[in-house]
Design a protein around this ligand. Structure first.
Ligand code: AMP
Length: 290
């Protein structure tokens, strides 16, 4: 496993792999790797013969009052975690390598990037799509792997790939959770003990919605009320948003149909966590995937 810090070397190595007929896969991350990231790496390894994991805490996707400087950076532990998984290259460029002086281009997926996460974090998705397009250009992977944990991000990247005719197939993988339901996140390390206990409220609220659906509820409003009631009962939680939206447009749904997502962002103390549940209707049958 080779650790690469420069764009030029990464390009050269990926070009060489492709010319030898390798199927190149990419897993973009910000590091502080946990079992959620590693599940993407395993899925990626199954579909690619040359695998790149990028580790880059991307300043452009953090707002001025967000946790960019505080975000955990654990490169040695990340290397140790990736080593046994058959990863060929870690691409961990310094910020100046990705954004040299004078950098002035941004990529933006209009509409989708302005809703929910985008409304709460102005400029966030522009930062994400800009860095992801750069990574795609540098590595030119056949496949890139993302987690459904960041469902809106996955949808936006898919839109970018379609709009710009990119040759990279976007694969979205399931959410990995702690045994008590909390979705794994690098930000969970910020939680103090009482907050860690309170943080299960996100997945508990999704489970409550699932239960109402299983009992036959199909209208969105009572389901959203249920989700918000569970969240409101947790004193350490402050809801940023909690909605049920169409999984394609991210516009609010009124009745369950096709694919919808119950999505939320919730502050537990000062830590902002997100979670979601996929709700897929197929005729009368509805499947909820937390
Ligand atoms: P991040 O390092 O937070 O930018 O995440 C890198 C990738 O890992 C993104 O595609 C995330 O959606 C994905 N990811 C983060 N947490 C999880 C999780 N708990 N389960 C599955 N994928 C995840």
């Amino acid at each position: 496993m080779e650790l690469i810090h420069t764009v030029d070397w990464m390009k050269q190595v990926a070009r060489q792999a492709r010319s030898e007929g390798a199927i190149v896969g990419l897993v973009p991350t910000m590091g502080a790797l946990h079992a959620g990231h590693l599940s993407l790496v395993r899925a990626a390894r199954e579909r690619s013969s040359s695998l790149v994991v990028s580790i880059f805490v991307n300043p452009k996707q953090f707002g001025p009052k967000e946790d960019f400087t505080r975000y955990p950076r654990t490169l040695d532990a990340d290397r140790a975690a990736l080593d046994p998984l058959g990863v060929h290259h870690i691409f961990a460029p310094p910020v100046e390598e990705m954004y040299p002086r004078g950098f002035s281009t941004g990529v933006e997926v209009a509409g989708l990037s302005e809703r929910l996460e985008g409304r709460s974090r102005p400029g966030h998705f522009r930062g994400v799509t800009t860095v992801v397009l750069k990574l795609f250009e540098i590595v030119q992977p056949s496949f890139a792997f993302f987690g459904r944990k960041d469902a809106q991000q996955g949808r936006i990247i898919r839109q970018m790939a379609a709009d710009l005719n990119l040759d990279t197939e976007i694969v979205v993988c399931p959410i990995v959770r702690e045994p008590d339901g909390l979705a794994l996140s690098s930000r969970n390390s910020y939680l103090q003990a009482p907050e860690r206990a309170a943080a299960t409220v996100l997945s508990r609220s999704l489970a409550a919605v699932r239960q109402r659906i299983e009992r036959g509820e199909r209208m969105v409003q009572p389901l959203v009320e249920e989700m918000r009631a569970v969240l409101a009962a947790e004193p350490l939680a402050a809801v940023d948003y909690a909605e049920i939206v169409d999984a394609d447009t991210f516009e609010p749904a009124t009745r369950l149909h096709g694919s919808c997502l119950a999505v939320m962002a919730v502050f537990i103390g000062s830590t902002r966590l997100i979670d979601n549940m996929l709700i897929e209707a197929d005729g009368a049958k509805i499947t909820c995937t937390i």
